[in-house]
Design a protein around this ligand. Structure first.
Ligand SMILES: C[S@@+](CC[C@H](N)C(=O)[O-])C[C@H]1O[C@@H](n2cnc3c(N)ncnc32)[C@H](O)[C@@H]1O
Length: 208
């Protein structure tokens, strides 16, 4: 039976490479900081010796040739998701290389559980369906008290090392996404996902 999808994380990579045209030897310097997004994949999907089967991650790749594209990793069906950045980079590079041409706006599975779409946030929003939407923003009202319900499919939008651009912020506000914060400090994107995942794990463990 397919596990219930409970969490989706959408990371907006303002400069992250949408083509396979980067070097594994210098990922931060050659990929538009795709490394930031790969750490988010690890934080969202992996726990010690396990893969979260109820989680999906979307990487919005807005940098370089072929942009924008969206890479989706589905914890229910993905294979060979390793915690180290180099292995994840190789998986993403092979996926990007495997699909030079894609139909607009449609996710195509390139490797088990790893799909790619030509397009931007619009493809993600269509794919998310009825998920409740939250934008993670420093300085927004605290997530605790936002009415987050365990087991309901929630989608969380995050910025990369540069944060959100104003157009994206406006687009997310227009779809009614609720802005929430995770505390007083500005965290790295992957740490924000780890903190949030822990918060959700606790909510789910403590539900009546
Ligand atoms: C490194 S931060 C972005 C910093 C960027 N310089 C800025 O000013 O927006 C990366 C992303 O993690 C999320 N984030 C970081 N700290 C957060 C917090 N305290 N509460 C909610 N989201 C946070 C936000 O989505 C943010 O865009």
């Amino acid at each position: 039976m397919t596990p219930l999808l409970r969490r989706s994380f959408v990371v907006i990579g303002r400069t992250a490479a949408a083509s396979a045209d980067f070097s594994l030897e210098d990922l931060p310097g050659s990929s538009g900081r795709l490394d930031v997004l790969l750490r988010c994949v690890r934080a969202a999907l992996l726990f010690s010796h396990g893969l979260r089967t109820d989680v999906r991650v979307y990487l919005v790749l807005r940098g370089g040739a072929l942009a924008p594209r969206v890479l989706r990793v589905d914890g229910a069906t993905a294979r060979f998701i390793r915690p180290d950045e180099r292995s994840l980079a190789l998986l993403v590079q092979k996926t990007l290389r495997g699909a030079p041409q894609l139909p607009a706006g449609e996710f195509v599975e390139i490797k088990p559980g790893v799909a790619l779409a030509a397009g931007d946030l619009d493809c993600v929003l269509a794919d998310l369906g009825a998920a409740v939407r939250f934008v993670l923003e420093e300085g927004a009202p605290d997530l605790r008290g936002s009415g987050l319900v365990p087991d309901e499919h929630a989608a969380f939008f995050l910025g990369d090392h540069l944060g959100f651009d104003e157009a994206t912020r406006a687009e997310l506000a227009a779809i009614g996404a609720t802005a929430v914060s995770l505390g007083p400090l500005s965290l790295h994107s992957d740490d924000a996902i780890a903190v949030l995942s822990n918060e959700l794990d606790r909510l789910q463990a403590n539900r009546s």
